[in-house]
Design a protein around this ligand. Structure first.
Ligand SMILES: CC(C)(COP(=O)(O)OP(=O)(O)OC[C@H]1O[C@@H](n2cnc3c(N)ncnc32)[C@H](O)[C@@H]1OP(=O)(O)O)[C@@H](O)C(=O)NCCC(=O)NCCS
Length: 259
């Protein structure tokens, strides 16, 4: 299937919307259709994605404060942020444009008090990277930090509408591939004790519970499980990983690799 270049059409829509001929809405993401896997692309996140990623983070982790400064994290030298995305469908262009306007309006309304609390570099980044129409529809993302011989999964989250379609697993597979390429020895993470979907996903990929951080989450005082893989370059782990990756591809189809 081919898609039109959103360029001119989108510019017109943005102009129409800003002049009031159509109306913004903060719940537009709920009107989008979700993500058919066969159109999926895994790509590196860019600074232009940061507003969208912060929105997805708020949806994936409701009540979590403070919200991560994704625009700052995306600039970390040792960070790898990958998104699962697809091109806008033609009938979504207007929704996408309205979504961008609403997001920008939200951000501006959120203004003074919130900005005072943010660091200066975040403020500057926001000014430089004013939100515009997102390049594509993003279902979710994963972030890893490579520290010494470990890769740490700092975040993985999807929009609700895109869960249970193999996308979280696909992001984890791609994150693990980056960890392998970067020569990390193990991959580690923290997860809420009650977060069964995530724990099941991590167990499937060989993560084991190796410790506990008591009352780690400030919103409800919940404990975090520390989970770590065995050495990921070991023959046993690679065999396990490759089998799961093949099964995922057989079940959900092959997906384009990150550029
Ligand atoms: C955790 C999360 C990323 C999983 O992504 P997902 O795309 O829904 O999961 P997938 O469809 O790829 O499922 C992969 C595996 O995860 C596990 N899993 C996912 N959802 C599950 C659920 N609701 N119950 C039990 N296991 C689940 C299963 O092991 C599944 O493998 P299977 O299909 O062979 O059963 C997603 O639920 C999410 O974004 N949650 C909110 C944010 C979050 O909690 N992030 C983790 C923070 S540590």
């Amino acid at each position: 299937m081919s898609f039109p270049n959103p360029g001119n059409q989108t510019a017109r829509l943005l102009a129409d919307i800003e002049s009031g001929s159509t109306h913004g809405d903060t719940h537009l993401s709920e009107q989008l259709n979700g993500l058919p896997l066969n159109e999926l692309l895994i790509r590196r996140a860019t600074l232009d994605d940061s507003t969208m990623l912060e929105k997805i983070e708020r949806e994936a982790f409701p009540g979590m404060t403070p919200v991560t400064q994704i625009s700052r994290d995306l600039t970390r030298e040792n960070g790898i942020y990958l998104v699962a995305a697809r091109q806008w469908h033609p009938d979504e262009l207007e929704l996408g444009a309205r979504f961008a306007i609403a997001t920008r309006a939200e951000k501006e309304a959120d203004g003074l008090v919130a900005r005072l609390k943010r660091s200066v570099d975040k403020y500057l980044l926001d000014r430089i990277h004013t939100p515009t129409l997102p390049a594509d529809y993003i279902a979710g993302f994963i972030g890893l930090w490579l520290v010494l011989d470990e890769a740490h999964v700092v975040i993985i989250g999807l929009r609700e509408i895109d869960r249970r379609k193999g996308i979280g697993e696909l992001l984890l597979i791609n994150g693990l591939e980056h960890a392998l390429e970067n020569g990390s020895r193990v991959v580690t993470l923290e997860v809420r004790r009650s977060n069964r979907p995530a724990i099941e996903l991590y167990r499937k990929y060989g993560f084991q519970e190796v410790g506990l951080r008591r009352r780690y989450y400030s919103d409800n005082g919940e404990d975090a499980l520390i989970m770590t893989t065995p050495p990921i370059h070991s023959d046993d782990y690679l065999e396990h990983f490759n089998t799961l990756r093949d099964l995922h591809a057989a079940k959900w189809g092959e997906v384009k690799r990150p550029a």
